[in-house]
Ligand binder design. Structure first.
Ligand code: BGC
Length: 409
């Protein structure tokens, strides 16, 4: 149903002129158990305010969901709101005038004073105007380890990438797959990015991702990363799963020892009743370089030309940043709130590690903030080709990676 039709239905029930409860369709790719639990916190808050949340979940991850959302918008049948990652993914939609300017909400709610780090509001700002609401901070730079798997292998849970590699043989001998990796390209390229920051260090990582310096891709720091990534490919042999949460499930079930994945994985551990520090462990920066990217999710609101829908879209934007909703949503999501003035006294030890790193400013921008969607797609395709082709050598993928970075914008 189109937005206008929905609004007509809603106003017909409420009567003209009455404050009408509004039905808004919200699109996102949060379909794992933990994600669905988290998004229900938004829906509950919106419904409790007398409105109706129409859930537009799209399965298959962001790479599947985003083109569907874009085609709905440019096809003239937009949802009322949609999730994208912080950064450059919505640039073209904003430039095309298809996204609602919510600068007035941002000013009324004082977002510039609240949202931390300020780079998140900057990522929503185009030519001085605000076009989205950042709802969380998610970081890629984590490794999740099964304490049970290491106990079965008779070795201590690793605390660094080096220890992780050293104990991989013992893990194999216990019949456990050392590394859980899903089959989608974003998971492989994302994991490579995590390894690059952890093993090549911040300067080299920024030179590549921010300055697009292809010589650094070919240099010694990155050579080490490509070799380590080749070794990681072998460590993942024996587990065939597609979705990231199936890979997380293997760690939860102790059939795999570890997964490199963003902190949204914590939503799965929590839903499975696993306790951080007891059932699983977490290594920010792979235990090597403790830096987190400040990526995450933002909601955008397509232009509909309908003032009542617009008012409701703005109400939803403000609600998503209210202190209560920030706590309930982010606690379920495994992400960190975008406002530091909320009570997070009950977080687990992994979230606390994340909060500490954020507080001390040990952060870098996210890949989505630095690279265009086109460049990211090329890197995704390359890294999945490497992952699926055992005959492709680290040196070969390194050359091709450098060529993409040399052309990146
Ligand atoms: C989003 C997370 C989401 C993850 C897996 C990321 O791009 O930022 O919110 O949980 O994808 O679906």
């Amino acid at each position: 149903m189109k937005l206008t039709t929905k609004l007509l239905a809603a106003t017909a029930i409420c009567g003209a002129g009455a404050a009408s409860a509004t039905e808004l369709e919200v699109m996102h790719w949060w379909t794992s158990g933990g994600e669905a639990n988290a998004v229900s916190k938004f829906a509950e808050a919106w419904n409790a305010a007398g409105n109706t949340w129409v859930d537009g979940a799209i399965a298959g991850g962001g790479d599947t969901a985003r083109p569907i959302m874009v085609s709905r918008i440019i096809g003239g049948d937009p949802p009322a709101a949609f999730q994208f990652n912080h950064g450059r993914q919505a640039e073209e939609l904003v430039e095309a005038g298809m996204i609602l300017d919510i600068t007035d909400v941002s000013e009324q709610e004082g977002w510039a004073d609240i949202i931390t780090p300020s780079s998140l509001l900057d990522s929503c700002t185009y030519d001085g105007r605000v076009f989205c609401v950042p709802v969380n901070i998610h970081s890629w730079q984590w490794m999740w380890l099964s304490n049970g798997a290491y106990e079965a292998a008779g070795v201590d849970v690793p605390t660094t990438w080096t220890e992780y590699v050293e104990t991989a043989d013992a893990v194999r001998e216990a019949g456990i797959v050392p590394l859980a990796m899903g089959g989608q390209s974003w998971q492989q390229n994302g994991s490579f990015g995590v390894m690059a920051l952890a093993l090549a260090g911040q300067d080299a990582w920024l030179a590549v991702n921010q300055d697009k310096d292809s010589e650094v891709v070919m240099g010694p720091e990155y050579t080490r990363v490509f070799e380590a990534f080749g070794a990681a490919r072998e460590l993942s042999d024996g587990l065939n799963v597609q979705d990231w949460n199936q890979a997380t499930a293997a760690v939860i079930n102790d059939t795999a020892a570890a997964q490199i994945m963003g902190d949204w994985a914590q939503g799965e551990f929590a839903l499975a009743g696993e306790v951080a520090g007891e059932d699983y462990s977490c290594l920010p920066g792979l235990g090597e370089v403790a830096l987190l990217d400040t990526g995450g999710d933002a909601f955008f609101f397509p232009v509909t030309g309908d003032p009542e829908i617009e008012a409701a879209q703005k109400e939803l934007a403000a609600l998503m940043l209210s202190p209560e909703v920030q706590v309930s949503f982010n606690s379920a999501k495994g992400s960190l709130p975008v406002r530091p003035d909320v009570d997070l006294t009950t977080v687990n030890e992994c979230t606390q590690k994340g909060l500490d790193l954020l507080a001390e400013g040990s952060t870098v921008p996210s890949g989505n903030q630095l690279l265009s969607p086109d460049t990211t797609t090329q890197l995704n395709d390359l890294m999945t080709e490497f992952w699926e082709s055992p005959s492709m050598t680290p040196a070969e993928v390194q050359e091709q990676y450098a060529a993409i970075i040399a052309d990146a914008d």
